[in-house]
Design a protein around this ligand. Structure first.
Ligand SMILES: [Fe+2]
Ligand SMILES: [Fe+2]
Length: 185
């Protein structure tokens, strides 16, 4: 797909494209070996991080009003899936390559596959026909992937968001320290 075509593509279709790429990377990881797996993890975690920011900055705030009461639980589950994936990725970054790291990535891939199915089968069909300029949001996603920034839609929420991420990071580090100590017993 060329950049010109992509610029006319809706945010939802671009997110679907990311999902397809991630599913391919997860399959490559499964059939991979010691040589290929570290590179696949690097590429997948980069893509997951960018996708995470785009959905949290562009998609979820936009659809909060659209999904109504019925979709609120779904939206909360999506946000939690991202939060858990971020903690696991933090742990992955701190671990050396080896069987335990690969097992952790395999479980992350399993969880992300389920989350992507939830978005594709439930969330996207629920919001796709809403009166939203998905093409304009798609352009913002492409701009971000080209090195642009994603301004928070609600600037007041930024400090809270940073605090939550920092606390999540601390919890991850504490868990790693605890786990390392427990393994010495
Ligand atoms: Fe998501
Ligand atoms: Fe997604």
């Amino acid at each position: 797909m060329t950049t010109e075509t992509l610029q006319q593509t809706s945010l939802i279709d671009l997110l679907r494209e990311d999902h397809r790429r991630l599913k391919d990377l997860f399959s490559e990881f499964e059939s991979g070996d010691e040589e290929t797996r570290p590179g696949i993890i690097r590429e997948a975690t980069r893509l997951i991080a960018a996708h995470d920011r785009i959905e949290k900055k562009l998609l979820y705030p936009t659809v909060k009003e659209i999904v109504g009461e019925d979709g609120l639980d779904l939206l909360l589950r999506c946000r939690e899936a991202h939060h858990i994936a971020n903690i696991v990725q933090l742990e992955l970054r701190l671990m050396p390559n080896g069987p335990r790291r690969y097992a952790k990535f395999a479980k992350l891939a399993e969880a992300i596959r389920m989350h992507m199915e939830e978005e594709e089968n439930q969330l996207f069909p629920m919001i796709e026909r809403a009166d939203v300029d998905w093409i304009a949001l798609g352009e913002r996603m492409l701009d971000y992937k080209d090195g642009g920034s994603l301004e928070p839609l609600n600037p007041g929420a930024a400090p809270i968001f940073s605090t939550v991420i920092a606390l999540g990071a601390l919890a991850g580090l504490a868990w790693l320290a605890y786990d390392a100590a427990a393994r010495k017993d």
